[in-house]
Design a protein. Structure first.
Length: 248
C-alpha cells in the first residue's frame, strides 16, 4: 500500500486495489457517462471521496469544486490531485454561494446521508436556474433485496427509482432522466460463469476472508468501464440508479 492509495474501509471505493476493481470501474462508468454534461461548465462535486471522479470531470469542466467532509480523505486528494484544491464542508450546509454553479455531481453519496432532503435543498440552492444535478445511488431493490434496512453498514437509506424521483421532485427539481446502470454482455457472461452472480462470487469470498480463485481474480482484474451499460428500460432491475434533475 503506497501513500497515494487510500485504505479500503468499505465506505468508499478507491482505485489501485486489485480486488476492488469491479466496484471501482462500476463507479467510474457513471462518471464517464455523465462527464459530457459537465463540459464547459462550473461543477460542484458534493462528496468527492478519493478524488478520481473530480479529476475525470476536471478534464471537461471549466472548473470543478471538490468537496468532502473527511479530513483524512481530503489530505489524500490534495496529494494525489493537487490541481483540484478540494474543500472541507458539510453536505447539509454547502459552503457555496447561492446560484453559483451550473452542475452538482453527487455519485454514490446520497445513500450515506442522514438528511437527504436537506442535502437536495442545498443542491437546489447552489445551482443557477436551469442547472443540473447529476446523481447516482445503489438501487435499493437489487442492492438490499427484501430488506427495510441497508445491508451496507455505511448506508443510512437506500432508494428505488420511484423513491429517488419523489425525493428530487420534493426538493424542487424536475427529473429529466431516470436510468439504471447494469451489466453489459461481457459481465452478463461472467454472471453465468460464476454461479449466476459475479458480484456475489466476489462478496462471498471477501466476507469469508478466503483467497480468491485465480479465475475470479483474473476476471475482476479485466473489468473496464465499457462493461457497464446505462438504460432507461426496467430501471427497477438495475444495479445503480442514475438521475439527471434540473433546477427550475
Amino acid at each position: 500500500m503506497t501513500e497515494d492509495v487510500l485504505p479500503l474501509t468499505g465506505e468508499r471505493t478507491v482505485p489501485g486495489i486489485a480486488q476492488e476493481n469491479y466496484w471501482f470501474r462500476r463507479h467510474e462508468a457513471a462518471y464517464e457517462l455523465l462527464a459530457p454534461r459537465c463540459a464547459g461548465r462550473t461543477v460542484l462535486e458534493a462528496g468527492c471521496g478519493e478524488g478520481y471522479g473530480a479529476d475525470l470531470l476536471s478534464r471537461r469542466a471549466t472548473r470543478v469544486l471538490a468537496l468532502d467532509y473527511d479530513a483524512h480523505t481530503l489530505a489524500h486528494v490534495r496529494r494525489r490531485y493537487p490541481h483540484l484544491g478540494p474543500t472541507r464542508g458539510n453536505l447539509a450546509s454547502l459552503p457555496v454561494r447561492t446560484g453559483s454553479v451550473q452542475v452538482v455531481v453527487n455519485l454514490q453519496v446520497v445513500e450515506h446521508l442522514w438528511d437527504q432532503p436537506q442535502f437536495l435543498r442545498e443542491c437546489h440552492r447552489v445551482l443557477a436556474p436551469g442547472g443540473e444535478l447529476l446523481i447516482s445511488t445503489p438501487n435499493r431493490i437489487t442492492f438490499s433485496p427484501g430488506r427495510d434496512t441497508p445491508l451496507n453498514p455505511f448506508h443510512t437509506r437506500e432508494l428505488s427509482g420511484d423513491e429517488l424521483s419523489e425525493l428530487l421532485r420534493g426538493s424542487g427539481f424536475a427529473v429529466t432522466r431516470m436510468a439504471g446502470l447494469g451489466h453489459g454482455p461481457r459481465l452478463r457472461a461472467l454472471d453465468a460463469a460464476h454461479g449466476g452472480s459475479f458480484v456475489d462470487a466476489q462478496l462471498d469470498r471477501s466476507l469469508a476472508g478466503e483467497p480468491w480463485p485465480a479465475q475470479l481474480a483474473e476476471d475482476v482484474a479485466g473489468i473496464t468501464t465499457a462493461d457497464f451499460v446505462l438504460s432507461a428500460d426496467d430501471v427497477d432491475a438495475s444495479l445503480d440508479l442514475v438521475a439527471i434533475a434540473v433546477r427550475a
